[in-house]
Design a protein around this ligand. Structure first.
Ligand SMILES: C[S@@+](CC[C@H](N)C(=O)[O-])C[C@H]1O[C@@H](n2cnc3c(N)ncnc32)[C@H](O)[C@@H]1O
Length: 250
């Protein structure tokens, strides 16, 4: 059995960008982060271990993983850390109806279609969404998610790609825009883009660095997308992108 408080729990590399994005916005004493679909609580436990000020409410619709999560938390967390972590059972954001009001919500490992169903009932207190749909997802599902964010006052601020045995895993980070947002080129640019609009230019700028982890993960993502699409236009977009990535440098 682990000694409570004896060290940070190792986190799957795929969840590292989720943790960083959540804690990046969830700073400040008493700031609250919601982890929706927390399963056995890996991310939630790591968050309270890594940030001594954050409060985490971790929810799941299923009871068995929550029981395991609570047991694991009691094993590895100190009393003070445990006091900042709350596990609740419920569908989507329902378990947060009685508060607290989270500033950040993470939804990781859920299909993009389910994320789209859950987002309309997200609490108004949220300033940041960290979305990592289960991978692999069809590219259209990710495009629909980005469009939803654009249409509902969320500005995509970051796209991170990690690669694991299971596939390439895309994390979207979106911040609530100020009231009555001015249309910005970046915001409009996200609409209708088939490929990740923030990640893509970054990768294309270094696509000849064959050993770069992000370049390799992007190639993997394109291959996975290609396996999943039936639509001829989508296939063409993906094949063109793969060809562009493989064009020799001038
Ligand atoms: C694949 S696990 C992902 C766990 C973790 N977030 C991660 O990324 O490793 C998906 C979890 O979401 C939960 N889940 C599925 N649908 C849900 C819903 N509508 N509301 C809350 N939790 C849900 C499942 O019970 C499961 O524990």
């Amino acid at each position: 059995m682990a000694v409570p408080g004896s060290g940070a729990t190792p986190l799957a590399p795929r969840l590292q960008p989720v943790l960083e994005a959540a804690l990046g916005k969830g700073k400040g004493k008493g700031a609250c982060v919601a982890d929706v679909g927390c399963y056995v609580g890996h991310l939630a436990i790591a968050m309270v271990q890594q940030d001594p000020s954050v409060r985490v409410v971790a929810t799941d619709r299923a009871e068995p993983p929550l029981t395991l999560a609570a047991q694991r938390a009691r094993e590895v967390l100190t009393v003070a850390q445990l006091a900042r972590l709350d596990f609740r059972q419920g569908h989507g954001f329902d378990a947060l109806a009685d508060g607290p009001n989270p500033a950040v919500a993470c939804l990781a490992g859920l299909p993009a279609g389910l994320v789209l169903q859950l987002l309309p009932s997200a609490p108004n207190s949220l300033r940041r969404l960290v979305l990592q749909p289960s991978c692999p997802q069809p590219p259209q599902a990710m495009m629909d998610l980005r469009s939803w964010l654009n249409d509902h006052g969320w500005l995509l601020v970051e796209e991170r790609l990690t690669s694991e045995r299971g596939g390439a895993c895309l994390t979207l980070v979106a911040d609530a825009e100020p009231e009555a947002p001015m249309p910005s080129p970046r915001r409009l640019g996200c609409l209708g883009e088939k490929l990740p609009p923030l990640l893509r230019p970054r990768v294309l700028a270094k696509c000849h660095q064959k050993e770069d982890a992000e370049v390799l993960a992007y190639l993997q993502l394109l291959e996975e997308y290609l396996e999943r699409v039936e639509d001829a236009q989508w296939k063409q977009v993906l094949q063109d992108e793969l060809a562009l990535m493989q064009t020799p440098p001038p």
